[in-house]
Design a protein around this ligand. Sequence first.
Ligand code: P6P
Length: 323
Amino acid sequence: MMRLRTFLQQHCDDQMLAELIEQLSVSCKDIAYRISLGELAGVTGSAEQENVQGECQKKLDVISNDLIKDCLAAIPSVRGLASEEEPDAVPANPEGRFLVLFDPLDGSSNIDVNVTVGTIFSILECPADADPAAESSYLQSGSKQVAAGYVLYGPSTIMMLSTGNGVFSLTLDTRIGEFVLQRENVQIPADTKEFAINMSVQRFWQEPVQEYVADLLKGEEGPLGKRYNMRWVASMVAEIHRILTRGGIFMYPFDNRDPSKPGKLRLMYEANPMSFLVNQAGGQSTTGREPIMDIAPEGIHQRVPVIMGSANEVETVIQYHQR
Ligand code: P6P
């Protein structure tokens, strides 16, 4: 079995990037261990404080964020970092080459009920003269990512990773404490009968998504001619992992509950890294009106509508938006 370090040495021709990813995996192994202990480790429950998003933080949100932030700050090639749990960008090493953006614990509302959560990361080159404390340094479109991935803390702990040459999955072998290569060149089936969306906010969706979902719910007799099944884990990492594994379409579309928030998911450390993986695996990722990785970011905590997964199904949804 091929360990992460060996895989990166063979697959990633930028050894500084390889070293960064391997170091990051160490903090994710620590998070995986703490999650596996749950209440035994006293890491469940609320941290009794809010983050910059106005969301109530879980204890593990704070612990995971600190673990990853401290890990990255100690890596010479990291110039700066941005996190869902940090109001502003955090400078690291002046000689660094990379900027790392991350959601330390996506789906953390699931922690207290022992359901899958994950860490999402996105890696950008830092422009030579850029100030790592300045938000503007991080505002690069998703197509500029040099690597992206997630670590899913589920029944097993799995890292899904791409450095721009395909998508690879590695499973944490707890017997040796190492991520080992499991799947190479992961590909998303182009067609699917499985959709993921939070139906409880249906009344707030824009018309194209209303029409698409209404049509898919008509099953075989409907215009889409398929009997669909639905999944909703309320953990993006779990949904995207399922899609990378067996296909599907994930949607958190624009909803007009709060027009100042065009979507729930954050562009820089959720939508962009997941779009990088999905595109590398042959899928599509769009707001409904433009590819997510083409968006020129306006803020590190910017929110966007997200529709991603099996290429042909996403194309269908794009066509509903073009009507
Ligand atoms: P809702 C988790 O909070 C998250 O950011 C994503 O991981 C997930 O897909 C979505 O929000 C769940 O949102 O509205 O169903 O709680």
